[in-house]
Design a protein around this ligand. Structure first.
Ligand SMILES: Cc1cc2nc3c(=O)[nH]c(=O)nc-3n(C[C@H](O)[C@H](O)[C@H](O)COP(=O)(O)O)c2cc1C
Length: 155
């Protein structure tokens, strides 16, 4: 069994393209060395990330990420065990979808098509459903900044 953990948070500082590229590069190195995989999503100043891998390693990484001062309102949405990873063999995939009419904030970072395909094919899986919804600007469950920002835009 592997641990699967889903959280969402809000961007606190403005990340430049090279900040985000560096974050992803370091994350991929770190995660690959510990058998952790997953995907980081960005939409309208908000993050959602799934982490998958050995339970102790995933919990320890989440504790580090949650303490990172570059984001805020970190909300754990799901922490569960499953037989196989939703996104096998992906140290940390990336996707950004800008709100309608906006340009991407990180145009040089390519969306990971393979991971997006896996999310699309995962059907009613609750994590995949939450991630697909997040990328389309759906209200994020559990309140906090994420909901407030999404509601602001809707109103
Ligand atoms: C949204 C977000 C997602 C992150 N994802 C990862 C990740 O998957 N793996 C990782 O090693 N660090 C990730 N980080 C960076 C960690 O929070 C932390 O900076 C890094 O592990 C270095 O930790 P340290 O400063 O305690 O050495 C992420 C940071 C943010 C803001």
């Amino acid at each position: 069994m592997i641990r699967q953990l889903l959280y969402r948070s809000g961007q606190l500082c403005e990340f430049t393209g090279s900040d985000m590229a560096g974050l992803l590069r370091r994350a991929r190195d770190f995660n690959a060395g510990r058998g952790i995989g997953g995907m980081l999503l960005f939409h309208d100043g908000l993050f959602m990330q799934v982490l998958e891998g050995p339970a102790a390693a995933v919990d320890a990484l989440y504790a580090r990420i949650a303490a990172d001062v570059r984001h805020c309102e970190v909300r754990l949405l799901v922490r569960t065990e499953r037989a196989a990873a939703l996104l096998p063999g992906v140290p940390m995939a990336w996707a950004e979808t800008p709100p309608d009419g906006d340009a991407p904030v990180f145009p040089r970072l390519e969306n990971d098509r393979r991971a997006l395909d896996l999310l699309a094919r995962a059907g009613g899986d609750r994590i995949a459903t939450a991630m697909r919804g997040f990328l389309q600007g759906a209200a994020v469950p559990e309140g906090g900044l994420g909901c407030a920002r999404v509601a602001e835009r809707v109103l």
